[in-house]
Design a protein. Structure first.
Length: 192
């Protein structure tokens, strides 16, 4: 039964010294070769795609313990964090989060994970609602949404009209002008 620590900071100019001091201050004595440090890696990167966490994951075995200072050290994407915790606890690994407690295969830990998942889903729904409301307001205010037109050059439009006058098809005109058919159609529609 070994105890490991995982420390992570998002930028190269930050240090993990404070995290290690907090873990040691909480009474954990962890051998240096069991401390995994991720420096300059965003918490948005899934845990198993992070080099050091992946190495740590390979070393963890049933009845081992993993200590982190805060839940967000495991990641910022709550769904990935929950999946990571579930995977570890199902393998018999306990996760100690300072200030939150121990997550393992106990019913209390399962309840905590279920609540975290519910909060995460609620948060995503709120973000989605706010985004939709903002887009509706912008649309109501007359703001044109979507990708801007790739081409607005008046000379290009005139050249397109000249090619149409020669009875060229839409596809041939688009090819001649070097633009996508959809771009040509939007440009001509905007000019009409």
């Amino acid at each position: 039964m070994a105890t490991f620590a995982y420390l992570r900071v998002s930028t190269k100019d930050q240090t993990t010294e404070q995290q290690l001091a907090q873990i040691q201050g909480a009474g954990y004595k962890i051998a240096r070769d069991r401390v995994y440090v991720e420096q300059g890696v965003s918490g948005k990167v899934p845990a198993l795609q992070r080099e050091q966490f992946s190495k740590l994951n390979e070393r963890l075995h049933s009845s081992d313990s993993l200590v982190v200072t805060k839940l967000d050290r495991l990641g910022r994407d709550m769904l990935d964090v929950i999946a990571t915790i579930r995977d570890l606890t199902e393998r018999g690994i306990s996760i100690m989060i300072l200030g939150l407690g121990t997550l393992d295969s106990s019913p209390q830990s399962k309840l905590t994970l279920a609540m975290l998942a519910a909060i995460s889903e609620y948060e995503r729904d709120l973000i989605s609602e706010r985004t939709k409301a903002k887009l509706a307001k912008l649309k109501a205010d007359g703001v044109k949404l979507g990708r801007p037109m790739k081409t607005t050059d008046e000379a290009l439009r005139e050249k397109a009209e000249a090619l149409f006058a020669e009875n060229m098809s839409w596809r041939k005109v688009a090819g001649e002008l070097g633009v996508a058919l959809s771009t040509l159609q939007r440009m001509m529609k905007a000019a009409a």
